[in-house]
Write a protein that binds this ligand. Structure first.
Ligand code: THU
Length: 134
């Protein structure tokens, strides 16, 4: 799977975004270690708080289909410069993919390559649950 193909999958998913309240359509494409790709778009709700981000949809689809190892995600947003995944999405992704590569994209292609580790330093991880003696 080339980066261009992964970005195209995110662009295609973005076309399904339900974003009538923000007008901010997002597409995500998550590459699994076995080469499969799961996509997502944001799905808004009139109550606002029930809105689900594109990256969350992709992660939930992948995990619910038995995938737990991910190598790369492409996220396409309409802003200039394109937006990085929100904090909630970062935490959702770090649960399964601390070493994830993140492609921050406009609809035309990759604008920035980074990592989840750079976007979410000192993430809350399972080790944080270990010693609760304090
Ligand atoms: N959104 C995402 O889909 N992913 C992010 O990482 C940031 C925000 C969506 C949620 C909402 O539908 C719209 O973008 C504006 O916040």
């Amino acid at each position: 799977m080339t980066d261009d193909a992964l970005v195209q999958a995110a662009v295609d998913a973005r076309a399904h975004a339900w974003a009538p309240y923000s007008g901010f359509a997002v597409g995500a494409a998550l590459l699994c270690a076995d080469g499969t790709v799961y996509t997502g778009c944001n799905v808004e709700n009139v109550t606002f708080g029930l809105t689900t981000c594109a990256e969350q949809v992709a992660i939930l689809k992948a995990v619910s289909e038995g995938r737990r190892t991910f190598t790369k995600v492409a996220v396409v947003t309409p802003s200039h410069p394109p937006a990085a995944p929100c904090g909630l999405c970062r935490q959702m992704m770090v649960e399964f993919a601390a070493d994830l590569e993140v492609l921050i994209c406009s609809p035309e292609g990759v604008v920035e390559r980074t990592t989840l580790a750079a976007l979410l330093p000192r993430a809350f991880r399972p080790a944080d649950l270990e010693d609760t003696s304090a």
